[in-house]
Design a protein around this ligand. Structure first.
Ligand code: HPA
Ligand code: ZN
Length: 328
């Protein structure tokens, strides 16, 4: 089974580039930029990677971002992820980044996007990995902050395909972001939102009805609502599921309890992704491997999940076809 997982070319659709910052690179960048980290060693930092919920993770994740200062830092961050993606036979990736977690620290908008874009563009040429970049709004901030940032995103629309919504879910329902999402949709951006990771099925419903999302990030809790689940399946709206993230953030108590089989049985277009691989214990293939071992995925189910990764991508249909044919 692990051989099959390794062998299949796949797409990854839910990966926060800041969440691929490995402790080793974090310390290296801190040193390069003269930044003092509150942790004395890599081991001391890794000891903190024991989370009870999303917020405990986010506090550590945003602190890690402080070492990202220059365009080269963002380039190096992306390049390190791309090397891992290549090893996992990822041939297309749609990554998230959080512009506000950098602009809020005084890092100009261009610095992050230019560094990231240059790395992904180089990798497309040198590693044959295609990509899209999705800029996420931090939902714990007021919608006005997103509206203020939006013109910068528009200015860089040649590099940014879509808009997402992430950070602390509880208490920050999708309805809070209707205005900026409506504008982004009107301007032709793809739109996605994290929903139903910790938040209720109602938030998934809002993401669909009020934000008109093209894909749902996580979406686990939609399963609490049978009618909603059937509607999502009927629409063919994809879920970007992140098994190791679900385990580490206690969305599931044990990987054997993961609802992936239920999702597939209900006809949901589920995909497998790594979310924040440096923090959650593995890149995309490790997510497939551990999930397959825990719930006993069949070869057919693995195949379906990999096929879904291309079907649910924002690639043009003609390119999707090429990737899907290559699987057979
Ligand atoms: N959930 C919400 N926001 C995030 C995550 C996540 O898993 N990772 C980075 N930002
Ligand atoms: Zn995520």
């Amino acid at each position: 089974m692990n051989e099959l997982i390794q062998m299949l070319p796949k797409a990854e659709l839910h990966m926060h580039i800041e969440g691929s910052l490995e402790p080793e690179l974090m310390f290296k960048l801190a040193k390069r930029n003269g930044i003092e980290l509150p942790h004395q060693s890599i081991d001391e930092l890794k000891a903190l990677y024991d989370f009870n919920n999303l917020q405990e993770f986010l506090d550590i994740y945003y602190q890690g971002c402080s070492v990202l200062q220059t365009e080269q830092d963002f380039y190096d961050l992306a390049w390190a992820y791309l090397k891992k993606a290549k090893e996992d036979h990822v041939v297309h990736t749609e990554i998230f980044y959080d512009p506000q977690s950098h602009t809020a620290r005084g890092i100009p908008f261009e610095v992050a996007i230019n560094g990231l874009y240059r790395a992904f563009d180089d990798a497309q040429e040198q590693m044959g990995i295609s990509f899209h970049i999705i800029a996420c709004f931090l939902r714990h901030l007021p919608e006005q902050d997103a509206l203020d940032l939006y013109p910068e995103i528009l200015k860089h629309r040649d590099k940014i395909l879509g808009i997402g919504l992430d950070s602390s879910e509880m208490g920050h329902p999708p309805e809070k972001y209707q205005q900026v999402f409506a504008q982004a949709k009107k301007d032709g951006f793809k739109v996605v939102a994290h929903a139903g990771e910790e938040g209720p099925a109602e938030y998934v419903k809002q993401a669909i009805e009020l934000l008109q999302v093209d894909r749902i990030d996580h979406g686990n809790r939609c399963l609490d609502d049978e009618i909603l689940t059937a509607q999502i399946a009927h629409k063919g709206l994809a879920l970007t599921v992140c098994p190791l993230s679900n385990l580490k953030l206690k969305v599931v108590q044990d990987l054997v309890d993961h609802p992936i089989k239920k999702m597939l049985k209900k006809g949901l277009m589920a995909t497998i992704n790594s979310d924040d691989p440096a923090y959650f214990g593995g890149y995309v293939n490790e997510n497939y491997r551990q999930l397959a071992a825990a719930v006993g995925l069949t070869e057919d189910e693995i195949f379906t999940l990999v096929e879904n990764s291309f079907k649910a991508s924002f690639l043009p249909d003609s390119i999707k076809e090429i990737h899907l044919k290559a699987l057979h």
